[in-house]
Design a protein around this ligand. Sequence first.
Ligand code: NAD
Ligand code: DAU
Length: 371
Amino acid sequence: MTNKQTVIVTGGCGFIGANFVRLLIQSGAYNVVNLDALTYAANPLSLADLEGHPQYTFVKGNITDRALVASLFEKYQPAGIFHLAAESHVDRSIVNAEDFVQTNVVGTYTLLEAARAYWNSLPQERKETFRFLHVSTDEVFGSLGPDGWFTEETPYAPNSPYSASKAASDHFVRAFHHTYGLPAIITNCSNNYGPYQFPEKMIPLMILNAISGKPLPVYGDGSNVRDWLYVEDHCKAVKLAFEKGTPGEVYVIGGNNEQKNINLVHKICDILDEVAPPAEVPQLHQQGLKSYRELIRFVTDRPGHDKRYAINPAKIRRELGWQPEVGFEAGLRRTIDWYLHHPEWVDQVSSGAYGEWIKKNYAWREAKEAK
Ligand code: NAD
Ligand code: DAU
């Protein structure tokens, strides 16, 4: 470890976590202790190049393990904690929410208790600068109609077991600030996209299915809307909220970039038609595919599917000077390019176990696809 500020990051081997750990290390200002249980959603390859880096320590462990978490606070005396570890996929939470309650609710509570005990033991000046940064989602606000945006004042109305578990975690964080004074900050961000995202989520799933000539399953009629933000822009906002944000405050984060699902799938297909034309991919050529759009299939909708998410990020822009830097077209091209050029990373996550899980659990989607 070097003599920079030390912070704990939970969930650093996941999608946003891997991008975030990189940002912190590259900033040169932090030593990072990454606590991750390495669930199915983690890919050790995502941070393999940081092994042995003097600013980076990896700890394999569960955030629900109170003794482990307490020992990390004790050993590393961190200046703060960034809490990203979570079960994060809505479809999985619909199949079974047990892990969501354990990790997202019990895990967050466990971290809060350990952080509170540690924070209470600090001398006054370190107490004042300590931060508990809780990374949350816009899904806690439920679903929007055709107009309006989520803001920091929007009432909570979670609709899926996933968003209910995240809402519960947000409430615990808020309560620990209000009751005990723990200097906690909550960020609620919209949909992220970019490198290292597990391919059960929409954008990498569509890219990887397309180049394998598999169907592109669009839920319902494809009219649901998400507000997409390039992952590095989210990571910069979280770092800024930690460094400059006010304890007890909430910051919503989004790209002002609403996209209808079907339009987004069309965009992915069109970029792929340009950079990896089916005529030049032998197995797709044999399949007689002319455009990736031919692979689109409308499938049974996700139960309880939220119609529209959109963020008004005016507060974080105004108070912290944040704004997204990566435009959607450029970010999407960068993302597609990354997946096309990292087959070893894709192989690692598309293992037999993941494929088996999909077959067993996606009953509603497969029934429709079979028709
Ligand atoms: P992810 O599923 O890709 O990664 C989650 C990581 O947490 C994995 O590395 C996993 O091994 C780890 N983890 C899970 N349970 C754990 C446990 N009990 N103990 C320790 N580690 C555990 O998730 P993501 O998409 O990177 O999301 C990160 C955070 O950001 C989550 O809190 C999520 O709710 C939030 N968020 C995500 C998005 C998005 O679009 N992906 C948007 C807004 C907010
Ligand atoms: O809004 C932030 C949230 O964004 C995060 O909190 C979640 O962790 C993250 O997974 C994401 O949730 P979504 O449910 O919006 O993401 P997902 O990629 O699963 O789906 C995006 C949209 O695409 C959604 O409307 C469902 C649709 N979809 C998804 C899949 C996987 C499809 O039409 N077909 C698919 O195969």
